[in-house]
Design a protein around this ligand. Structure first.
Ligand code: PM9
Length: 460
């Protein structure tokens, strides 16, 4: 392992939050009380929290200073004007509507852009995104390249859309029956895999030909831009900002969960270029979120987001971010732990299917692996497999994703490399006793987005 591959933290620490490890017997009690669902563990009982990178970011001193400049006027807050200008400059879209978080934007977009019965092709599903698409009568179709479903395959830009799949869908269903293409950068459930600029451009060309709109899920777009700079020919000399601007020039708009790449704890937005869609979205935002000039965010939150977005484009920040995640991936690979290859932008995904070959997918191996990792080490992770995938609304059967994974998600600017060492040691220790990991069954299964609140018990 060449330590020069991993840059030191490009920040120093001004404020700290103590963490502590509770004893093993207590962790065993906690996981039972949480119904073997890591979402239900009180965070005080967690040692290293890798549940999600969503809203768990550490803000900078400048962002905190910005919070003090919150203009909490009900309408026309100056912080909104700052955010609007920043987003317009960075992404190049004409209109922005703030929302309380990403799914607020997904709700608006799905309502204004999907007619019941229309298809919404995308590069792999995401839980909340697909929920809103289906809730509005859309039919999600996965058009990511096949390789994305092969966990062990180590190739770049595994998040790309398969243009043949898109063309086939258009040929079979007709362009008028496609609501829009939903293109996520990076692809969360594929392992945080990036999409190449070449692919974005090609998707734009194909959809332009048929007059189909393309909306990006911009949630982790800065991480995607870093991969393009690092790995795509012709981009090594371009700045992250230039790459982000070019990426979004191929889209008609985007949804954004600001809780990730905007380096804040809450917030999101919807962007569109089309004036009519903007008008419709403005009419809806007042129903679900708030005035079009705050959409569920406080003035101070919009200020922190405007500042965070600029910080996220700094090369030193994003290089460290992606390489810290890669450090954990490299350690685990060297120890022979099965995981999604290559390491993506926000997380390392353990391949639960190969980690627990003694369990069938119906015994929820990833859910159990995440629960066992907590007991082993106090490290909290998240299931991203059959439980997250939910059931088919028509047949009632489980969706069966090919990827059955546990996500070790790294919050931004929060943990150090030494924390990553501890996580790697914990995973290795669990791997050594992997046959002891038991299957699970539901004792409570919510109808929608079940992974958040489901409860399980162990099968003997
Ligand atoms: N992602 C995550 O942990 C938080 C919710 S699921 C535990 O990965 C994408 C690609 C996301 C995402 C949230 C959302 C929704 C949309 N797209 O959570 O509503 O990863 O801000 O965003 C989570 P909000």
């Amino acid at each position: 392992m060449n330590l020069n591959n991993y840059p030191a933290e490009p920040f120093r620490i001004k404020s700290v939050e103590p963490v502590k490890m509770i004893p093993l017997e207590e962790r065993e009690r906690v996981i039972r009380e949480a119904g073997f669902n890591t979402f239900l563990i009180p965070s005080d009982e967690v040692y290293i929290d890798l549940l999600t990178d969503s809203g768990t970011n550490a803000m900078s001193d400048r962002q905190w200073a910005g919070m003090m400049m919150g203009d909490e006027a009900y309408a026309g807050s100056r912080n909104f004007l700052h955010l609007e200008k920043t987003v317009q400059e960075i992404f190049g879209f004409r209109h922005i509507i703030p929302t309380h978080q990403g799914r607020g934007a997904e709700n608006l977009l799905s309502q204004i852009a999907i007619k019941p019965g229309q298809y919404v092709p995308g590069n792999m599903y995401f839980t909340t995104t697909r929920y809103h698409q289906e809730h509005n009568g859309g039919i999600f179709i996965d058009i990511i390249r096949d390789e994305a479903h092969n966990a062990g395959l180590n190739i770049p830009f595994k998040g790309d859309i398969d243009l043949n799949k898109l063309q086939k869908l258009i040929d079979e269903k007709g362009e008028e029956n496609i609501a829009y293409v939903c293109l996520a950068v990076t692809v969360n459930l594929a392992g945080g895999q990036p999409v190449s600029m070449k692919n974005m451009k090609a998707v734009r060309e194909l959809t332009d030909y048929y007059g189909i709109k393309v909306f990006f899920d911009a949630t982790r777009c800065v991480e995607n831009a870093y991969f393009i700079k690092e790995q795509e020919e012709g981009y090594s000399n371009k700045s992250i900002q230039e790459i982000v601007k070019e990426m979004f020039s191929y889209a008609d708009g985007c949804t954004m969960s600001g809780k990730k790449d905007c380096l804040v704890n809450i917030g999101g937005f919807l962007c569109v270029n089309d004036d009519d869609l903007f008008s419709e979205a403005k009419e809806l935002v007042v129903v679900y979120e708030g005035m079009p000039s705050y959409g569920g965010m406080a003035g101070r939150d919009m200020e922190a987001m405007a500042i965070g977005l600029r910080e996220s484009l700094q090369y030193e920040y994003i290089e460290h971010r992606v390489k810290q995640v890669r450090y954990l991936g490299d350690k685990l690979r060297e120890a022979g732990i099965p995981m999604i290859e290559p390491t993506g932008g926000h997380a390392v995904f353990l391949d639960a299917a190969r980690f627990c070959p003694h369990l069938t997918q119906d015994q929820f191996p990833a859910q159990s692996l995440a629960a066992n990792l907590y007991v082993e080490s106090g490290v909290r992770s998240m299931e991203r497999g059959i439980v997250s995938a939910g059931r088919d609304n028509n047949t009632g059967e489980h969706h069966r994703p090919k990827l059955e994974t546990v996500r070790l998600t790294i919050p931004r600017r929060v943990y150090t490399y030494r924390h990553m060492d501890l996580v790697a040691e914990a995973v290795q220790s669990l791997y050594r006793r992997r046959e002891t990991i038991k299957g699970l069954r539901f004792v409570y299964e919510p109808k929608q987005l079940r992974f958040f609140t489901a409860r399980f018990e162990e099968i003997d």
